[in-house]
Design a protein around this ligand. Structure first.
Ligand code: FE2
Ligand code: FE2
Length: 207
């Protein structure tokens, strides 16, 4: 099979179901202070790795999920290291982790209680959504940031996170009834669009 061209990759990941595109001014804000945006990005990667580890710990009996997520932990941690390396290369420093309002608002939307399986669905869809929005933002950076080297660098993250988004949705479909996944995903997408409007547009945040 032929490898996809960059243009094909860009077209495929345009919105991933998201209901609200990011304000285009965000890239200009983000590139004003690379140390800030790279720091936030680094912690997003760390949290992605941590989320996969937590899923494995909570659902060891879901063998296929464990098998699929184990390498994603390595991949996300690899992303963290890529960001660290980029900071070092530029003589910048990893700052402190900040409160993640976007993720907190998504977590607040998760249905509490319910069966173990239903809680799994909430976790998988939350992960899928964070991947989708990250992917959409990496796409914007990969297209519009001034520095060419960084555009290529962000393109790689865009492709990887799109793959993770697909995996989380597939896992949800594997373990939960299709109709339930569909309805809940739609509710998440709607809530996510509201969250995007509630949050201030900031250049020092990936979301
Ligand atoms: Fe990642
Ligand atoms: Fe990811």
């Amino acid at each position: 099979m032929n490898a996809k061209t960059k243009e094909e990759e860009l077209r495929e990941v345009q919105m991933l179901g998201l209901k609200l595109p990011t304000d285009p001014r965000w890239v200009n804000l983000a590139e004003k202070d690379l140390e800030e945006i790279l720091t936030d990005h680094a912690y997003c990667e760390q949290k992605a790795a941590t989320a996969c580890i937590s899923l494995i710990q909570a659902y060891p009996e879901k063998e296929e999920m464990v098998r699929e997520l184990a390498p994603i932990v390595t991949e996300e941690w690899g992303h963290f290291r890529m960001v660290l390396k980029e900071l070092e290369k530029r003589n910048l420093h990893l700052g402190r982790q900040r409160k993640d309002e976007y993720v907190n608002k998504l977590l607040a939307f998760q249905k509490k209680g319910g069966s173990r399986e239903e809680r799994l669905l909430e976790k998988l869809l939350t992960c899928a959504l964070i991947e989708a929005r990250s992917c959409e933002r990496f796409r914007l950076l990969s297209l519009h940031i001034n520095e060419e080297e960084l555009r290529d660098w962000y393109h790689k993250f865009m492709v990887a996170e799109a793959g993770h988004y697909v995996l989380f949705i597939e896992l949800a479909r594997k373990y939960l009834p299709e109709e339930m996944v569909k309805q809940r995903w739609e509710a998440y997408l709607e809530r996510e669009a509201e969250i995007m409007q509630e949050l201030e547009l900031r250049g020092d945040r990936m979301h």
